[in-house]
Structure formats: structure tokens, C-alpha cells
Write a protein that binds this ligand. Structure first.
Ligand SMILES: Cc1cc2nc3c(=O)[nH]c(=O)nc-3n(C[C@H](O)[C@H](O)[C@H](O)COP(=O)(O)O)c2cc1C
Length: 361
């Protein structure tokens, strides 16, 4: 049924404007009767930051910015959903066009700039569906014109604490000028202190993760992971889109568009940064690996580079929703081949080799 849906919809979705295609996909998920994916094999279950995930494959932030369709996404077979980035107030984002397919390379460049309906409408939807369960994380960010960006994160954590399965503090989107400066030591120190105090005040022990850019230098990464450890964050997400443009890109013309690159061309850099983060975290918290996952093989490679959980977005655009069950069955096959009963034993098993390679260019 789902692969039939893919066969019908993918060719159409790929010829129309990418932002219109995304709107169509959200509307289809809102109104179509989505059959519930088969229950996951217990061997795919993952326990991380106090939550039990039925499988490790999540939908990354940016697909469901306004928390419009988390339940449909869970029914498709995702083990968890991350909604957002949510900002306190509604925001139009940048001028269209602002999403570009880099089709020859199976990538996407976006410069959306946190377009969204703002916190109140997302909160209403998430409150209404809360009793249905499932892991729904809330990714939070600051409004572009905010006078005190850190205060935006604080308010969002206070507001969403009663209904968020976890929070992602997004300081890594390249499309809000200056936002990524919050990743740097003194700003990040203040941000994490204030956000974690807000979580205390809210009296809900919601796990808090930090999502970073794959473009940090290794010495910046030292500081970032050091602060994450000092403040005892519950995990890190590695990572967001890249402002770099790998030499391997074939579509050089689209590559010139300003924005963050995702998908297959991001795989090498994001996987290297994941392995570098894993080494620095020394088991203090689990990592979510994101960037260029578009097959069982790339999913397994992320786990071996240090990911306890996975997220994807761009892979769906090129491979459709059938990718979710494909990855899950490939993960199960890998467990069987290795005579392992859970994915945990694979996490980080390749980091020494990965970090010994020359830097991805
Ligand atoms: C169109 C688009 C919008 C995105 N919006 C967000 C966002 O609002 N917040 C965020 O943290 N990441 C956002 N991302 C980044 C993704 O969550 C993910 O980190 C990145 O795309 C790499 O994964 P992928 O290669 O599987 O797409 C967006 C990505 C795309 C393609």
C-alpha cells in the first residue's frame, strides 16, 4: 500500500516546486487514511534518555514545522517524530523560492529561515494529541527579530514542557543570521544555563538535546561538547544542514544558491562530525545521527559512527516513505548477520577508522 503510494506520488512531487510539493505531502498526511505500519521487531527497540523508542528511525526537524501531522508520521513507521523548529511568534521566513532540489546529487538546499505559525498553534495541536502517546520531540528556536534570543528558548521550554517527549535546542540553522553564534562557548554557556533552569522551573524532567552544525571546527566542537557535558544535557544531534559545498557536487549551478545543504552530499561530513562528537562525549550522553541517510547501509554507517538514534528528511524526498521500512529491515538483517540481539553493540564501533581518514572535502 505504501510503496503504491510512493509510485504514484513521487514522480509528481519531484516535478513541481519543492515547497508546493512539501505542502501537498503535509496535506496528504493530514487527510489520507494512513495505514499503521506493522509493529516493530523488539530487537529494533532503543532506550535513550529515559525514553523507549520502538525503532531508531526518526523524522528530522523541518518536515513538520508546525506539528500538523505527528500521528500520521508515527503511523508511517517512524520510531519518533521531531516537530519544529518552533519559534515563539509566527514568522514568514525568507522570500520564495527558498528550497532547491540538487537532484543530480540527491541533495536539497534550503534557506527557509524558520517560517512557521509560532508556538500557540503548535502547542494547541500537541496538547490535543498528547494522550495518543508516541515520542514527539519539540525543536525550539528564536525569532529573527527577537531582542533576547536566549529568552525565546527559555519561554518555549517553559511552554512546551508538559507535552514534549524531548526538547531540541536548535542553534545550528544557517538561515537566521547570527543564530549559529549561539553555538560558541560564552553564548552557549549562558543559553544552556538559562534553558536548563527553565526546565527545572517547569517541573517536567524533559530530556534536552543540543543540535549542532556540521560546520564547526574541531576546536569549536571541543568547547561545544565540553559545555554540553558540563551542563549535563541529555544528548546531541549531529547535525543540521551545511553551508559548505562538497567538491563532488555535480549540479554546480544550484550549488551556488545560499542556504543549508542536506541529503546525500552531506553524508560524509555529518558522519565524520558524528564520530568526532562521539569520541569527545565519551559516553556521557547518546547521539542522534542525521545527514544523508537514504538506505539501510547509510543508517548502519551512522550507528557505527556513534549514533544511538537516527533521523532523516531529504532521503524521503528522493526515496519516498518506503525508505522507512527498508531501513528497518536492513537493520534487522544486520543484527541477524552479526548474531546480535540489539543495535547498542554496534554504536560507535567504527569511530577509530572514521576519524583516521582524511577530512571529507
Ligand atoms: C527543507 C528543510 C527544512 C529544514 N528545517 C529545519 C528546521 O526547522 N530545524 C532544524 O533543526 N533542522 C531543519 N532542517 C535540517 C534537518 O532536520 C536535518 O538536520 C538535515 O536536513 C540533514 O538531514 P537529511 O540529510 O536527512 O535531510 C531542515 C532541512 C530541510 C531539507
Amino acid at each position: 500500500m505504501l510503496s503504491f503510494f510512493d509510485r504514484l506520488s513521487l514522480p509528481l512531487l519531484r516535478v513541481i516546486d519543492p515547497e508546493d510539493a512539501h505542502k501537498l505531502a503535509i496535506n496528504a498526511l493530514r487527510i489520507a487514511p494512513i495505514p499503521r505500519a506493522a509493529a516493530d521487531d523488539p530487537a529494533l527497540g532503543v532506550r535513550a534518555f529515559g525514553r523507549d523508542f520502538p525503532n531508531p528511525v526518526g523524522i528530522a526537524a523541518g518536515f513538520d514545522k508546525n506539528a500538523a501531522v505527528p500521528d500520521a508520521l508515527l503511523r508511517l513507521g517512524f520510531g519518533f517524530v521531531e516537530v519544529g523548529t518552533i519559534t515563539p511568534r509566527p514568522q514568514a521566513g525568507n522570500e520564495r523560492p527558498r528550497i532547491f532540489r540538487v537532484a543530480a546529487d540527491q541533495g536539497v538546499i534550503n534557506r527557509l529561515g524558520f517560517n512557521g505559525e509560532g508556538a500557540p498553534s503548535a502547542l494547541a495541536r500537541l496538547t490535543e494529541r498528547h494522550s495518543r502517546g508516541g515520542i514527539v520531540g519539540v525543536n525550539v528556536g528564536a525569532n529573527k527579530d527577537s531582542q533576547d534570543r536566549i529568552e525565546d528558548y527559555v519561554r518555549l521550554v517553559e511552554t512546551f514542557a508538559p507535552i514534549a517527549s524531548y526538547f531540541t535546542v536548535n542553534v545550528s540553522s544557517p538561515n537566521t543570521p547570527g543564530l549559529r553564534d549561539l553555538q560558541h562557548a560564552s553564548a552557549l554557556n549562558e543559553l544552556l544555563s538559562r534553558v536548563l533552569e527553565a526546565r527545572e522551573r517547569a517541573r517536567h524532567a524533559v530530556p534536552l538535546l543540543l543540535k549542532i552544525a556540521p560546520d564547526l571546527t574541531l576546536s569549536e566542537l571541543d568547547d561545544t561538547v565540553g559545555l554540553a557535558r558540563k551542563h549535563r544535557v541529555d544528548g546531541m544531534i549531529v547535525g543540521n544542514t551545511t553551508v559548505s559545498r562538497p567538491q563532488s557536487l555535480r549540479d554546480r549551478r544550484t550549488a551556488k544558491e545560499t542556504g543549508g545543504l542536506s541529503g546525500r552530499p552531506l553524508f560524509k561530513l555529518s558522519t565524520r562530525m558524528l564520530a568526532e562528537t562521539f569520541i569527545r562525549a565519551e559516553g556521557a550522553f547518546p547521539l542522534i545521527g542525521v545527514g544523508g541517510i537514504d538506505s539501510g547501509a547509510t543508517a548502519i554507517a551512522k550507528i557505527k559512527a556513534g549514533a544511538t538514534l537516527l533521523q532523516l528528511y531529504t532521503g524521503l524526498i528522493y526515496h519516498g516513505v518506503g525508505l522507512i521500512s527498508q531501513i528497518k529491515s536492513d537493520l534487522l538483517a544486520a543484527l541477524k548477520r552479526g548474531h546480535r540481539s540489539s543495535l547498542a553493540a554496534m554504536v560507535g564501533s567504527d569511530v577509530v577508522d572514521i576519524t583516521a581518514e582524511s577530512w571529507p572535502s
